[in-house]
Design a protein around this ligand. Structure first.
Ligand code: FCB
Length: 477
């Protein structure tokens, strides 16, 4: 029987996603400068297996092979990120032509394969010299980001229709500057809150720069969380409210409701004095977007907890008297993340209800890390990943049936790759990478996704056929 999800509209876009530092390698080629991730990976104890993105999937040299895999897959769109330190090795000044040349070649290769490019401008690889001047803690970085956006759009804006300013600013601000689990590895309170604000200002400025360059679509990718209270106690519900502020409202309220999060004082106390805000920032942050990208992997169950650090002067911005609780009622991926697809439907319907001004949605990442092995038949039988993807696509279809405007879905990820602090042990790809040889091997999930995309197109072509005959027009595809 058909693999398609009939609720997904005919023009629903199926894609796959990657990010520059996780796949490109070629860390010192063609004038690329160092990013905060190059620095962080070299600090002892930061990354599992002391790994780095120095070589990664060597995509910088193998992009043709990778685009061929996307074409075989039938992907309608490919989401990749542009490495800021390739374009501006020090984070300021004129473009490094050889850096932009790479994205030019990649874009043309995609277009020749009939795949629509979707570019993320910032997937976490801040040029190190900008971090040395304060990074996202300082407003200047937002200005620099907009200048970089203008340089990239001037070169590629005519051929790349879809632009994503930031990927998951939650992670940049709170993993980068509060938990220290991501580059640059800081553990701060006010610094992280200021970073959150400056990332949003950078987004607003970059959207304006992209519009000035005439691009077709501009938006941001967030990772809003589906948060569940551990119990019905008042204390756990209060913890849930604080977690909502940290994970969701810090981003969604200024972007789509024209206000700063109302729970800031309860969540952070005097740390959140907002002294980094300027008049006019809300209007800038709220510059209209054409879409919002949603990255979704798992729900988080939260409970009330004491502060980890009793001293408010040294307390980090993620220390908000909330503990994440384990679950024992569902399967977990190798990341330790619970698999509960229905929570994606709930998240999407809830966001739509809470933010009437929300633009159309794109699922810009969804996928699972599994313990993949190449079996003696030369295949990777990743049935758990197929179940995960099928369940989450069904959850998207349910949300659409409930009235949510979702335009597309990108699997994370096309390739196994460098999973940040977790190194190369976590495999998210539709395509298996044998790192010593760089051999690409499509997994069963790749074949499943390819068949699903083909079935979707067949299903909708059949639906259109009577009209086409009637009017004499060609049925689409
Ligand atoms: C997201 C990141 C992406 C990848 C997945 C697993 O938070 O955007 O780069 O690491 O998680």
């Amino acid at each position: 029987m058909s693999n398609a999800f009939p609720a997904l509209p005919a023009d629903f876009v199926f894609g796959a996603a990657t990010a520059a530092y996780q796949i490109e390698g070629a860390h010192d080629e063609d004038g690329r400068g160092p990013s905060i991730w190059d620095t962080y990976c070299r600090e002892p104890g930061r990354i599992e297996g002391a790994a780095s993105g120095d070589v990664a999937c060597d995509h910088y040299h193998r992009y043709r092979e990778d685009v061929a895999l996307l074409r075989e897959l039938g992907a309608g769109s490919y989401r990749f990120s542009v490495a800021w330190p390739r374009v501006q090795p020090t984070g300021t000044g004129p473009a490094n032509r050889r850096g932009l040349d790479f994205y030019d070649r990649l874009t043309d290769e995609l277009l020749a394969a009939g795949i629509s490019p979707a570019a993320t401008l910032y997937h976490w690889d801040l040029p190190q010299p900008l971090e040395d001047r304060g990074g996202w803690r300082v407003r200047e970085t937002a200005q620099r980001f907009a200048e970089y956006a203008a340089l990239v759009a001037a070169r590629l804006g005519d051929r790349i229709p879809r632009w994503i300013t930031l990927n998951e600013p939650f992670c940049s601000a709170f993993l980068g500057y509060a938990t220290g689990r991501h580059a640059p590895g800081a553990r701060e309170g006010r610094g992280a809150l200021a970073a959150a604000h400056h990332l949003l200002v950078g987004h607003g400025l970059a959207v304006r720069a992209l519009r000035a360059a005439g691009v077709a679509e501009a938006g941001i990718t967030l990772n809003p969380d589906r948060l569940l209270p551990a119990t019905d106690s008042a204390a756990d519900h209060a913890a849930l409210r604080r977690a909502e502020t940290l994970h969701n409202e810090t981003w969604l309220d200024p972007l789509f409701a024209g206000r700063y999060p109302r729970g800031a004082a309860e969540t952070w106390g005097p740390q959140a004095d907002g002294s980094w805000r300027l008049d006019g920032d809300l209007a800038l942050i709220g510059t209209p977007s054409d879409f919002v990208g949603i990255n979704y992997y798992r729900p988080i169950t939260v409970a009330d907890a004491p502060y980890r650090d009793p001293d408010p002067a040294t307390r980090t911005a993620t220390d908000i008297r909330v503990a994440e609780c384990p679950r024992d009622d569902v399967r977990h991926t190798t990341m330790g993340w619970p698999v509960d697809p229905h929570t994606l439907t709930d998240l999407l319907t809830d966001l739509t209800a809470r933010y009437p001004a929300l633009p159309p949605l794109l699922i810009t990442e969804n996928g699972s890390a599994e313990a993949d092995t190449v079996t003696p038949d030369g295949r990777v039988h990743d049935t758990d990943r197929v179940d995960y993807l099928r369940g989450h696509l069904a959850a998207v279809a349910d949300a659409i049936r409930a009235g949510v405007d979702v335009r597309g879905y990108y699997v994370w990820s096309l390739l196994d790759n460098f999973e940040w602090a977790r190194g190369y042990g976590q495999r998210f790809g539709l395509v298996h990478i044998d790192y010593p040889t760089q051999r690409r091997l499509p997994k069963d999930s790749y074949h499943w996704y390819r068949d699903l995309i083909a079935a979707h197109h067949r299903h909708h072509t059949r639906q259109q056929a009577p009209t086409a005959q009637h009017t004499g027009e060609q049925a689409a595809r």
